[in-house]
Design a protein around this ligand. Structure first.
Ligand code: C2E
Ligand code: MG
Ligand code: MG
Ligand code: MG
Length: 287
């Protein structure tokens, strides 16, 4: 194979692969120091009730800003953190920090549910329940104010083990949402097997929901499945009033996306909540 390609071509690909591996290695060592250097933060994206327009909660999204570099997005560093197992201590920090923010909102008299993204490794290779319980004890936030987001692929990795963890989550009173719903390779059977509360329609079906009949059909089907199984359903990546109106018309309970608010620092979300409570903020309820 290398002979056919010729030496030059082969070493070109070889070099590219080495560059990629080197980049990962560098990122890995910088990620390993990031916790100690306090380089992580959480931003919060509002989640709204489609009928009333009320902000009832927010999803916590991780950000990494290395002291000596540019901010790095989670889709770039989470895979490296998962590969190296670093997602375990990082994920633990995320849980504690999200609970602390939930506590701040509670102390301010605001009813805000906080959604936390959890990786498969946290389910299978750490004691997620113990971590949540510790954060719960430290902050006194009731479990019903916390929702755990998992992807379909996480659940099907080891159905038996996942089941035990999810049942324990449910018993403890936490909410459970399936993230990026519709993009995984799992069967629909787990919808009745796992103790779920919510499906999150993946953004890829929402983006063209107004113009593409297939995307619309998939979004509607997900809404109908959720509703008939008594689950809540939320659309991710809602950017326009038209998308929101269409999804609401088809029975989607909740929305999340740039239309309602970008992921932002907690203080900025506080400002938004205050403005809306005093009636001076923008009306977000979709037409
Ligand atoms: P996700 O959980 O599906 O989060 C939604 C992503 O969509 C976020 O990207 C958010 O900024 C983006 N988004 C929200 N609304 C819109 C919109 O209207 N338009 C567009 N174009 N994008 C929108 P982000 O923050 O870059 O996060 C990417 C992914 O990284 C998340 O997808 C999640 O899978 C993962 N992630 C983020 N934080 C954590 C964490 O603390 N732990 C773990 N394990 N994964 C995390
Ligand atoms: Mg999520
Ligand atoms: Mg998602
Ligand atoms: Mg995602």
């Amino acid at each position: 194979h290398s002979k056919e390609c010729g030496r030059g071509t082969f070493s070109y690909f070889d070099e590219k692969m080495n560059a990629k591996a080197a980049e990962r290695l560098v990122m890995h060592s910088r990620l390993r120091q990031a916790l100690g250097r306090d380089e992580f933060s959480l931003v919060y994206q509002p989640q709204v009730n489609m009928r009333t327009g009320r902000i009832f909660g927010a999803e916590a999204l991780l950000r990494w800003t290395p002291r000596d570099g540019e901010p790095v997005g989670p889709s770039r560093f989470i895979p490296v953190a998962e590969e190296s197992g670093l997602i375990l201590p990082i994920g633990e920090w995320v849980i504690h920090e999200a609970f602390r923010q939930a506590r701040r909102w509670r102390d301010a008299g605001l009813s805000m549910q906080v959604s936390i993204n959890v990786s498969g490794l946290q389910i299978y290779r750490s004691d997620l329940i113990a971590t949540l319980a510790a954060a719960q004890r430290d902050t006194g936030v009731p479990p019903r104010m916390i929702e755990v987001e998992l992807t379909e692929s996480t659940l099907v990795e080891d159905v038996h083990a996942a089941h035990e963890v999810l049942d324990a989550l449910k018993r403890a009173g936490y909410g459970l949402a399936i993230d990026d719903f519709g993009t995984g390779y799992s069967s629909l059977a787990y919808l009745k097997r796992f103790p779920l509360n919510k499906l999150k329609i993946d953004r890829s079906f929402v983006t063209d929901v107004c113009s593409n009949a297939e995307d619309r059909a998939i979004a509607r089907a997900i809404i109908q499945i959720a509703r008939s199984l008594n689950l809540r359903v939320v659309a991710e990546g809602v950017e326009t009033v038209e998308q929101a109106a269409l999804l609401r018309r088809h029975g989607c309970h909740e929305g999340q996306g740039y239309l309602f608010g970008r992921p932002m620092a907690a203080q900025d979300l506080d400002g938004l909540l205050e403005a809306r409570a005093s009636g001076t903020g923008p009306a977000l309820a979709p037409g």
